[in-house]
Design a binder for this molecule. Structure first.
Ligand code: AP5
Ligand code: MG
Length: 215
């Protein structure tokens, strides 16, 4: 099964993707995490993406499509994959569909995580993440056991630069203008399942598992 998690910044895509990929046996591919790893490694792709990410706008479609198809085409993805943060424009979705069709594959389900802007803003401004293993925390909703330290590896937690309030506002504008049209795109293809993502992490996990298992 190939799944897309769609939703605004801070909807909980990363939080849920880790759990869902484990229970469904899928490879988790987060375009944002891949870009941040490229930046960390100071690759050409990372340098190219940096300014777009820091401004809260989208990296160009052709760059993202090439990067994501490289990961989707690897043997680890052959048992099914879970996309988090990709596609994010209609052009990316069309490019993905075309390239998957050439391999005889398709997207089976798009889980659209619906949550208000005010809620996601609260989530993003309280987010901390582990720079070593990527585990995501929130200072109120999912605090680490020891303040400022990752529960799993003990590393010092850090904030994402694009979680500054001004950048969050821009990321939300970008989402409404460029990504929201994907709801109609996938609805027309009969694969869209919208779920309420405003509840607790556990409630959202239950809803996602229900819609994925029903397919
Ligand atoms: P990306 O990294 O994908 O960021 P995003 O989509 O803006 O989403 P986030 O990762 O911020 O949020 P999330 O939904 O994963 O939420 P999380 O689980 O962390 O992209 C970053 C940038 O890269 C983009 O701006 C763009 O420049 C570029 N980029 C990436 N993909 C691209 C593409 N396809 N095309 C072009 N450019 C691209 O949770 C957030 C917080 O909420 C955490 O603190 C968490 O603990 C908390 N939380 C989660 N769930 C709940 C809950 N149910 N209740 C309470 N708190 C919760
Ligand atoms: Mg994320």
């Amino acid at each position: 099964m190939n799944v897309v998690l769609l939703g605004p910044p801070g909807a909980g895509k990363g939080t849920q993707a880790v759990k869902l990929a484990r229970t469904l046996g899928l490879l988790h591919l987060s375009s944002g995490d891949i870009l941040r790893a490229e930046r960390q490694a100071k690759t050409q792709l990372g340098r190219q993406a940096q300014d777009f990410m820091d401004r809260g706008v989208l990296v160009p479609d052709d760059v993202i499509l090439t990067m994501m198809m490289d990961h989707i085409s690897r043997p680890e993805a052959s048992g099914g994959f879970l996309l988090d943060g990709f596609p994010r424009t209609v052009a990316q979705a069309e490019g993905l569909d075309e390239r998957l069709a050439r391999k005889g594959a398709r997207i089976d389900i798009v889980a659209n995580m619906v949550v208000e802007d005010a809620d996601v803003t609260r989530r993003l401004t309280g987010r901390w993440s582990c720079p070593v293993d990527g585990r995501i925390y929130h200072e109120i909703y999912s605090p680490p056991k020891a303040a400022g330290r990752c529960d799993d590896c003990g590393a010092a937690l850090s904030r994402r630069k694009d979680d500054e309030p001004d950048v969050v506002r821009q990321r939300l504008r970008t989402y409404h203008e460029e990504t929201e049209p994907l709801e109609a795109y996938y609805k027309a293809r009969g694969v869209l399942e919208s779920i309420d993502a405003s509840g607790t992490v556990e409630e959202v996990t239950d809803s996602l598992q229900r819609v994925c298992r029903a397919r």
